[in-house]
Ligand binder design. Structure first.
Ligand code: GCU
Length: 667
């Protein structure tokens, strides 16, 4: 339950030092709820790490941690501490000698972030001597998107019910909301969309606004703003207007008044997230209007209050079945320059749907006149839900570090995001009411790494894994090495045993859990796994080059050339962009068929390795968590074999190639 905020006692000598150096917490100035939260966290954290609860005097000459802003700096330090470059949310951790440590910031929220950073530093084995660390977030909006429904079910949620106990809100505030806020603030998350993108109109009625306001009150001291997913047809569905046409004056008026009403209750409300004209959701196209018309209408309503619209680019429709991967770009690119300045277009990391591996979304960098926000999934809809261990840090890093080649070389996704006037990143939350929050112990790491990369999109997934492992499991180097090793290999293992070589969407219909490459009879072509792999006697893969759907040309020229050419396409994306004959030779020296078999086997073997590594940690991890992880790894190994055998049996049948010896056919 404590996540990475466990604050387990440090080794005895370090503990003793910390008791001395952090005997007092001094926080001059008005004790706002945010400053109080910072003090409370330091008291809790140091109390745990040093096994001595610090005192909170008005001032202290030594043995103190001081939380200071330019206007609360004690007289003897005036002019001696620079706050330059920290911005509104950044912090500086500075040892002053004489057993004084400063947490300096321009705002209370900076002090809270600095307090968490100091505790992280201590938890991961850092000391207070010679400390001088400054840091500030590179993106303005670092958001979680909950896909939580009013009935507490969670779409694609694998961690129990929604943590929002709507029945008891607004009158009862579960203590969990505060712990949620602490955990998020500890990694710098500063916004949360409370409800599912497949939104219900009722969320915008006064009863529900009141509930959201109660949650917002709890989150506010932690710097987290509340947003809501808005159903585009809400005014019509709630019976207030005869249409939801965004150009209709009555509709526009309804939204403007709705915004006034929300801000009267939630003064720092963040804005609306909207899924429109996608998967059956209503939207402006129902009235012959564009995404820009729809987004701008909501933006106009929010503008006087400082709110924003996050308009999702996740769209696909049955009308263009040539290649689902192309639709978002085709619909949105022509609208570049038409969106209001308080709109950001929220784009999934890849062009299909949160697959174990996809190329980056072609919209990154393709809308220079529009702010673009990246959307990742933290919940593992397509990577084995909560039971399969898959650390997503390497996937996020892979996407963020990919060069878009838009506006020149070196324009990575991370750089483009950071340069947006309205910058942000969103992660579909994996949080629920489970005792471990995320459905599995290791899935906590995905929440953590998302937050850390949202703060600093050029960060390293490996460094973050080490940090998380140290805070969550053990400060022992060997344990950290082993756990980090497991984590770093885990996502590629899933790619290997589910969808290697650029394959995608082979998952079972609807639930997206196990393998189902054989399904090809669903009403819409792009619902069928067979639509994606296109395997038959001749070969396998989706031709997205000029001879096929030509999706490759949606990328900037260098990428289009790289992906479109069979010789230069990265091997891990081969079958995403190309159709290949089964016996064609690959640079690895294997044929396409042999390569496929090799990857499926490698994925299974990697899970076996993870299991053995974990088994070796038995005495180093507490028994309850050790057992949970062991059980899940056993499930994962069994299911990796299921994936491999089912996929290879199917591909062997369609290709007419022989199954490798020892492959077990599913019953
Ligand atoms: C996926 C997912 C849906 C979700 C959708 C979205 O298709 O399976 O449950 O609603 O993405 O992102 O809107």
């Amino acid at each position: 339950y404590d996540l990475w905020l466990r604050y387990q006692p440090l080794a005895a000598p370090v503990q003793a030092e910390l008791r001395q150096a952090a005997a007092h917490i001094v926080a001059p100035g008005a004790r706002t709820p945010t400053l109080q939260a910072a003090v409370d966290e330091l008291v809790r954290g140091i109390g745990g790490l040093a096994r001595q609860v610090p005192a909170i005097p008005e001032s202290a000459e030594s043995g103190a941690i001081l939380l200071v802003k330019p206007d609360t700096l004690p007289g003897n330090l005036k002019g001696k501490v620079s706050f330059d470059g920290l911005g509104q949310e950044g912090y500086r951790l500075l040892s002053l000698g004489g057993a004084q440590t400063l947490i300096a910031a321009n705002s209370d929220i900076g002090l809270l972030y600095g307090s968490f950073a100091l505790l992280r530093h201590l938890q991961t084995g850092g000391g207070l001597q010679g400390l001088d660390i400054s840091d500030s977030p590179r993106l303005q909006r670092r958001m979680l998107n909950h896909w939580d429904n009013p009935d507490r079910t969670v779409e694609r949620g694998y961690a129990g019910q929604s943590i929002w106990d709507w029945w008891k809100l607004p009158d009862h505030l579960d203590a969990r909301y505060t712990d949620y806020a602490r955990a998020n603030a500890s990694v710098g998350i500063n916004g949360t969309v409370l409800n599912n993108v497949n939104a219900k109109a009722e969320m915008l009625t006064p009863r529900w606004i009141e509930k959201a306001a109660a949650v917002a009150d709890v989150l506010r001291p932690y710097g987290i703003r509340v947003y809501l997913s808005a159903r585009f047809s809400a005014p019509f569905e709630l019976g207030a207007t005869a249409t939801a046409d965004p150009l209709d004056p009555a509709v526009r008026d309804w939204w403007a008044k709705k915004a006034d009403e929300i801000y009267a209750t939630i003064p720092d409300f963040g804005g609306f997230l909207v899924k429109a004209n996608s998967e059956g959701q209503p939207g402006p196209q129902d009235y012959g209007r564009s995404h820009a018309d729809g987004a701008n209408m909501l933006a106009a309503a929010l503008k006087p209050h400082g709110g924003i619209v996050l308009w999702r680019a996740f769209v696909y429709s049955e009308t263009d079945a040539t290649d689902r991967a192309k639709q978002a770009y085709a619909e949105f690119k022509p609208l570049d320059g038409q969106f209001a300045d308080n709109v950001t277009v929220q784009v999934k990391n890849g062009p299909i749907d949160f697959q174990p591996r996809e190329p980056i979304h072609p919209l990154f960098g393709a809308m220079p006149e529009t702010s673009v926000t990246a959307e990742f999934q933290i919940t593992k809809e397509y990577l084995g839900f909560a039971t399969h261990l898959a650390y997503l840090g390497p996937m996020y890093e892979e996407v963020l570090k990919t060069d878009t080649f838009r506006g020149g070389e070196g324009q990575t996704v991370a750089k483009l995001l950071m340069a947006e006037p309205l910058s942000g990143i969103a992660g579909v939350a994996n949080i629920g009411s489970d005792r471990n929050w995320s459905g599995s112990h290791f899935d906590q790491a995905n929440w953590y790494t998302f937050g850390r990369l949202a703060w600093s999109p050029e960060g390293s997934a490996a460094d973050i894994a080490r940090e998380w492992a140290a805070m969550t499991f053990s400060r022992d180097r060997e344990v950290i090495d082993k756990i980090t090793g497991m984590m770093m290999a885990s996502r590629e293992a899933v790619v290997d045993y589910m969808t290697p070589m650029g394959l995608a969407h082979l998952m079972g219909t609807g639930h997206h859990y196990g393998p189902a490459p054989w399904v090809n009879d669903l009403a819409r072509p792009e619902w069928n796994p067979a639509y994606y792999h296109r395997a038959d006697a001749g070969g396998i893969g989706f031709d997205r080059t000029a001879t096929g759907s030509n999706a490759a040309v949606q990328y900037a020229a260098p990428h289009a050339a790289l992906y479109g050419n069979r010789q230069t396409v990265p091997p891990e994306l081969l079958l995403w962009f190309h159709r290949a004959g089964w016996d064609e030779a690959l640079p690895s020296g294997r044929t396409v068929w042999a390569e496929l078999v090799y990857h499926y086997d490698r994925g299974v073997a990697a899970v076996g390795t993870m299991r053995r590594t974990w088994a070796g940690l038995e005495v180093r991890v507490d028994p309850a968590r050790f057992r949970d992880v062991s059980d899940f790894l056993a499930i994962q190994e069994q299911e990796a074999i299921w994936w491999r055998d089912a996929c290879l049996a199917y591909f062997a049948a369609v290709s007419g190639r022989a199954l490798p010896p020892g492959t077990r056919l599913p019953a």
